[in-house]
Design a protein around this ligand. Structure first.
Ligand code: ADP
Ligand code: MG
Length: 486
C-alpha cells in the first residue's frame, strides 16, 4: 500500500467513525435533556473505529467519571444498536497536560467497557503488598505505587493559603532525599489539598526520573497491612518492602494514634529510609507536635525536617479553582455564579468541587440554565446542612443594618413606610431562609399574627417580580444572610 492509499484509507476510516458516532448522537439526543446533551455529548470526539470497536474521546477525567456514572448504559446500548452485536466501547481522555502519568491513564481507560463496566464484579483483589520478587531488583520500578495520575502540580491551583506547602512539595519532588526537607510534613484541615499535593510530588519525581520506587500509602492502609503481615507471618517481607523505596509517602498519620506496634514498625522504617538518604513525606490534620496518641520519638522525628501548613483557600483562590475546574470540563459558568459559590463555600476545596459537580448535575439533569438561583438551591442542599442554621434574629440584624433603622422598631407598632418595608423584607427572608413557622416568625416581630406574615411575604414577592431594582436589593440581603456577613 503506498502512502497515498494509506492516507486515503485513514480518511475513509475517519469518515466512518464520524458517521457512526453521528448516528449514535441522533439516537442519544432523543433520550436526554437538551442541556444534558449539550454538556455531556457534544464535547465527545469520536476518534477510532476498528471493526466494531469504537473509541471516543472525552475532555477530562471528571467528564469521564460523570459520563460513566450517568450515561454509560445509554451509550453502550446505543452503540450496540448502531454497530450491532459485539460492539465495544473504548474511552480515551484528552491529555491537556501531556504528561507520562496521564498517558498511562489513557491506556488503562482504553480497556473495552465490556471488560471494565458491564460486569459488576469487583476488580481482582490486589495483593496487599507485592510479592518478594516484585521488589527484588532495585532498578525496577514498583508496580504498585498507588499514585493517582490525576493529581499533578499543573492542576493544583496556587494561592496564598497553600503557597508554602506547594513550594516545599515541588522542591522535594524535584530532588527527593536531596533537600533538608526530610521528612516533609504537610498539615491542614480536611479537603484542602494535602493528598493532592503528595500524589503530585510522587508523580513528578517519577516523571523526571528522580525516583523509581515511590510508594503512597495511607496510615490506615499501612496499619492494616502490618497487622495482616503479622497474621500471615510475613512481617519481614512487609518491613523490607517499605524500607526499600526511594520515596515513601504516608497520608493522614494522625490515624497511627494509639497503634503502638504499628508506630514501632513505622519508626524503624522511618529510620532506615532516613539513614539511606531516602525521602519521606507525611501528612496530618494537625501540626506534628499536636498529634495525640503518638510516641514522642516519632513526633520528634517528624519535626526534624520541614513542616508546612495548608490553610483554607481565600476568595481569590476559590474563584480561580472554580474557573479552572469548570474550564477543564469545558463548562461555562457565568461570572455571577462563580462569585456566588466562591463567597458562600468557604470551608474547603472538596466542598467547592462538590458544589460545582452538583450544580452541573442539576442543570443538566433538570434541563435548567445555570443561574445564581439554581446555585443557591444546590448550595442549600450541599452546604447548609453542615452549617449552623440561619435564624430570625440574624436576619433582623442584617436587614436593619442595611436599611439603617433600629432593630426594636421591627417589633414596634410603628407604621412608618421605611420601617414597614424593612419589617416585610425581614419577614420574607425569615420565611425563605429558615424553617420557622409563620406563627414563630410573627412572634419575633412583636407578636404579629400569621396572616400579617403571609401578607408581608406576598407583598415582597409581588414587588420582587415587578421591580428589578428591588429584587437586587433583596438578593443582596439574602446573600449577606447566607454568608453570615454583617
Ligand atoms: P485533603 O487531603 O487535604 O483532605 P485533597 O487533596 O483530597 O484534600 O483535596 C480535595 C479535593 O480538592 C481534591 O479533589 C483536590 O484535587 C482538590 N484540590 C485541593 N486543593 C486544590 C488546589 N489548590 N487546586 C486544585 N484542586 C485542589
Ligand atoms: Mg487527604
Amino acid at each position: 500500500m503506498d502512502v497515498f492509499e494509506s492516507h486515503a484509507n485513514s480518511l475513509i476510516a475517519d469518515a466512518a467513525v464520524q458517521d457512526i458516532w453521528q448516528r449514535c448522537l441522533d439516537r442519544i439526543q432523543k433520550r436526554v435533556t437538551s442541556l444534558g446533551f449539550k454538556t455531556w455529548f457534544q464535547p465527545i470526539v469520536p476518534v477510532k473505529l476498528v471493526e466494531k470497536d469504537i473509541t471516543i474521546q472525552v475532555p477530562s477525567q471528571f467528564f469521564y467519571d460523570w459520563v460513566d456514572q450517568h450515561y454509560n448504559a445509554l451509550i453502550r446500548e446505543t452503540i450496540s444498536s448502531v454497530l450491532g452485536e459485539g460492539a465495544k466501547l473504548y474511552y480515551s481522555i484528552a491529555s491537556e497536560d501531556v504528561e507520562p502519568a496521564l498517558r498511562e491513564e489513557e491506556r488503562t481507560l482504553s480497556q473495552p467497557t465490556s471488560n471494565r463496566y458491564v460486569s459488576p464484579a469487583a476488580p481482582p483483589a490486589q495483593p496487599f503488598f507485592p510479592p518478594r520478587t516484585a521488589f527484588r531488583q532495585a532498578d525496577q520500578p514498583i508496580a504498585q505505587s498507588n499514585l493517582n495520575p490525576r493529581y499533578t502540580f499543573e492542576n493544583f491551583i496556587k494561592g496564598d493559603s497553600n503557597q508554602l506547602a506547594r513550594a516545599a512539595a515541588l522542591a522535594v519532588g524535584n530532588n527527593p532525599g536531596g533537600t533538608s526537607f526530610n521528612p516533609l510534613v504537610i498539615y491542614g484541615g480536611t479537603g484542602l489539598g494535602k493528598t493532592h499535593l503528595m500524589h503530585a510530588l510522587g508523580n513528578h519525581a517519577i516523571a523526571i526520573g528522580k525516583a523509581k520506587r515511590v510508594v503512597y500509602v495511607s496510615s490506615e492502609k499501612f496499619t492494616i497491612e502490618f497487622v495482616e503481615s503479622i497474621q500471615s507471618d510475613r512481617v519481614n517481607e512487609f518491613s523490607y518492602f517499605y524500607r526499600s523505596v526511594d520515596l515513601l509517602i504516608v497520608d493522614d498519620i494522625q490515624f497511627f494514634s494509639g497503634k503502638e506496634k504499628t508506630q514501632d514498625n513505622f519508626f524503624h522504617t522511618f529510620n532506615t529510609l532516613y539513614q539511606l538518604g531516602k525521602q519521606i513525606v507525611l501528612s496530618s490534620d494537625v501540626p506534628p507536635k499536636e498529634l495525640k496518641g503518638l510516641d514522642e520519638r516519632l513526633i520528634s522525628r517528624f519535626q526534624s525536617g520541614l513542616t508546612a501548613d495548608i490553610q483554607p483557600p481565600d476568595l481569590e483562590t476559590r474563584i480561580a479553582i472554580l474557573r479552572k475546574k469548570s474550564e477543564d470540563n469545558r463548562f461555562e459558568l457565568p461570572q455571577d455564579v462563580v462569585d456566588f459559590i466562591a463567597t458562600n463555600v468557604t470551608s474547603n476545596i472538596r466542598e467547592l468541587e462538590g458544589c460545582l459537580i452538583s450544580l452541573i448535575a442539576r442543570a443538566s439533569l433538570d434541563n435548567r440554565e445555570i443561574t445564581v438561583e439554581l446555585a443557591r438551591e444546590v448550595l442549600r442542599m450541599v452546604v447548609n446542612e453542615s452549617k449552623s442554621p440561619i435564624n430570625i434574629d440574624q436576619i433582623q440584624h442584617i436587614v436593619c443594618e442595611f436599611f439603617d433603622i433600629p432593630e426594636d422598631l421591627l417589633r414596634a407598632k410603628t407604621r412608618k413606610q421605611e420601617v414597614v418595608n424593612a419589617r416585610q423584607v425581614a419577614m420574607y427572608l425569615s420565611k425563605e431562609l429558615t424553617n420557622s413557622s409563620l406563627k414563630t416568625i410573627g412572634l419575633h416581630f412583636g407578636g404579629r399574627d400569621h396572616s400579617t406574615v403571609i401578607h408581608s411575604c406576598q407583598t415582597i414577592h409581588d414587588r420582587i417580580t415587578s421591580d428589578a431594582g428591588f429584587k437586587q436589593t433583596v438578593d443582596q440581603l439574602r446573600r449577606r444572610v447566607e454568608v453570615g456577613a454583617h
